[in-house]
Each structure stands twice: as structure tokens, then as C-alpha cells.
Design a protein around this ligand. Sequence first.
Ligand code: ZN
Length: 153
Amino acid sequence: METPAINQHNKEEYPPMHSAEHLLNGEMARRYGCGRAFSAHIERKKSKLDYHLSKPLTDEELRSLESYVNNAVNADVEVTEEYITQSQAMKRFDMSRLPEGASDTVRVVHIGQYDQCLCAGSHVNHTSEIGNFRITSSRWQDGVQRIVFKLDR
Ligand SMILES: [Zn+2]
């Protein structure tokens, strides 16, 4: 089953951080069925993503997510883009979050076989450019799981 797969961005973000966000979002949606982060603060030094989860992630789960992203980084896969029409996108993705007035053509960003989603942001060309992904803290409160991460480059 395809999971909700839209990253919305109003401003340019630091491409390595934003690309790491794609990888983590894709895996969170697959593992937990929680969709992609509903709130994101992506910055060069440190980023935060929030997900709706009914219980906190364990340390083991967090380490496993970290390993997943680093495996994708170490695999050094290519990031590619594809342009499709909105009607094609409706069949492949959850379009509930497409903004009003979005263009007829939308862009799908693929990170190898790791993730695909609709996104207008800026990305690395190859995953090795992301650097080592490290979850530095996490917090769960009232059904919201926050994951804070840094990149060591
Ligand atoms: Zn993106």
C-alpha cells in the first residue's frame, strides 16, 4: 500500500538535511503507518520532525531508524526526479495536502528505491552527500513523537 507521500515546503531548505528527512519520513510511514512528519523544522545544524504515534519509540527502534537512514546514505544511491500530472499523482499518492493552485504538473522525488514523494524542495544528488545521520534526542507527549537529528559531515 502506498503511504501518504507529500512533503510541503515553502522555503528552500538545506538539501542534506531535507534529503535525510525524506528517508526518515518514508521509513516511518512504512513501519508505523503514521504517515510522513506532520510538522518539520529543518535547519542546517539540527532538525526536528513530529509524527503522530500512539506510544513512544523505544531506544532500540530509534537506533534501528538511524541505521536505516545510514544504510541508505552508505548505499550512495542517486536522487532523481520525475514529472507527472496531478491526475496521475492522485492515483499514486495521498493528495489531501496538495495546496490550492498547485500546478498541473507535479514533481516526484525518488531516493533510489528508498523513498518517493511529491516535493518541490532541493535535494542532494547522491545520498552520500547527506553524511552520517544521528538521532540526538526524542520526546513523546500526547501522541506526538518528536525526533531530533543531526548530520555529521
Ligand atoms: Zn524534498
